[in-house]
Design a protein around this ligand. Structure first.
Ligand code: ACO
Length: 188
């Protein structure tokens, strides 16, 4: 659901595409489900604020986020000009890039936006000439591991104790300590 101009909830499926203004910077509509027809994806503008609230939802270390953002590109999904999703593409070398961070605004989670962001990343990375895309997540992130494998990623590496060694405080998710990073990769 999405709040209308008068504050009343509006079912997105009842909105027409022309109700949503998209900026010329946006690369176009993504996907084919009911929410996706109203989404536009594109690179975050240089003068736009970095969506830290979203990024920190995926990676709680602002220090690490700021470090990888220096060499990354930020792509966002917008709904009526509101940023509701983000992913960060980090080049490792000319053939390989990493999705360092992916996040969807909480109220829009579970509606297929994450899947669309991944599909967008695959197309974009391929168009940029990358042959392989990798993504890492915690040992405890069962839902994320499901999503990434369903999108075609395969587990390739475990970075043992990554979250213990790189984060100041112990992290827990659903009662499981986040210790190791599971790295998954996908050929493009
Ligand atoms: N738990 C269980 N299932 C999940 C989860 C989850 N946390 N996330 C996605 N899925 C499943 C969905 O049920 C759906 O399954 P289906 O295709 O069988 O119907 C499928 O994955 C696609 O789900 P989407 O609706 O596209 O996912 P969503 O829009 O919620 O985005 C995301 C997924 C980005 C993980 C989002 O939930 C989020 O922002 N979470 C908080 C931040 C986060 O954990 N980011 C990833 C950290 S790792 C990294 O950044 C590299």
């Amino acid at each position: 659901m999405f709040a209308g101009d008068d504050g009343s909830p509006v079912d997105l499926r009842r909105r027409r595409a022309c109700d949503f203004p998209f900026s010329s910077r946006d690369r176009g509509y993504v996907g084919g489900n009911s929410l996706s027809q109203f989404l536009a994806s594109g690179q975050l503008g240089k003068s736009e604020e970095i969506p830290y609230a979203l990024l920190l939802g995926a990676d709680p270390s602002k220090e690490l986020v700021e470090k990888y953002l220096k060499s990354s590109e930020i792509y966002v999904a917008r709904l009526a000009n509101e940023i509701i999703g983000v992913y960060v593409l980090y080049p490792i070398n000319s053939e390989k890039a990493e999705i360092k961070n992916i996040a969807v605004e909480e109220k829009f989670q579970g509606k297929g936006v994450g899947k669309l962001l991944l599909e967008d990343a695959f197309k974009l990375a391929k168009a940029k000439g990358y042959k392989q895309l990798i993504i890492g997540t915690g040992n405890s992130s069962v839902g994320q591991l499901y999503l990434y494998q369903k999108a075609g990623f395969e587990m390739t590496e475990i970075r043992w104790n990554f979250f213990i060694d790189n984060y100041p405080d112990p992290l827990y998710e659903d009662g499981i300590q986040v210790k190791h990073m599971i790295v998954l990769s996908k050929q493009l």
